[in-house]
Design a protein around this ligand. Sequence first.
Ligand code: ADP
Ligand code: MG
Length: 252
Amino acid sequence: MSNSALEFKDMSFGYPYENDLFMELNVAVQPGEFVSIIGASGSGKSTLFKLTVGLEEPTRGSIRLDGEKKANRLGHVGYMPQQDLLLPWRSILDNAALPLEIKGVSKKEAHKRIIPLLDEFGLNGTRDKFPSELSGGMRQRVSFLRTVLSGSPILLLDEPFSALDAITKVSMQEWLLQQWEKQGSTIIFITHDVDEALFLADRVFVLTETPIKELKEVTVPLNRPRRLEDLYSADLLEVKKDLMFELRSTIT
Ligand SMILES: Nc1ncnc2c1ncn2[C@@H]1O[C@H](COP(=O)(O)OP(=O)(O)O)[C@@H](O)[C@H]1O
Ligand SMILES: [Mg+2]
């Protein structure tokens, strides 16, 4: 059997002087899986990613990528943080080019790859603008494009579409699914939108009680490729109802 793409083993963590958020948590994500993570605000979703990339370290237990405890985990994943980290002094085109440049691709070649995508991402006419000239939704699209361009076999996306209007959101979700199917990458996707979690994922992890000792897990009863109307199937509505109740029970 191949290694898990990501594995938490008996992982515990709490911020200094705070109660533990995670206690001996065991989770594994398989290569090529699409997993959504959902939970109330403050439940620890973003922290789970910060641990995964090494911005925080577990107090006990371990985190493995592709079966190994790697020293530089950030370098092995494509990470889109919840707050975009666009560089204010770089144009949109140069911001998008950053991960390719870091990989040693020339600026010219990077631009050649990105320019056709700007259209596809609704970023028409923004290539020479600066981040401060863009709306939050547009900055989010740049940040998303940049993360996907990293070409990493594992992508961690922290609420990547939260600032988008409903229509743009659906088209970005469909684009992401196409890319995922084409590239066979592993995607872990944080959202607080139940429909979004279900539309995208093979499995949905729910963050419930604190400290979190296990993630409640739901397998999405839908075939692929996904169609928007699948969200209204009887099976799915049943699962959605369970998820909504599960989430509501976490709000005290
Ligand atoms: N750097 C930090 N120091 C102390 N507490 C933090 C820090 N970052 C987040 N927290 C707290 O940890 C909890 C989980 O935060 P977070 O992972 O951002 O939740 P989510 O992404 O699910 O909204 C929250 O109670 C938050 O206030
Ligand atoms: Mg968060």
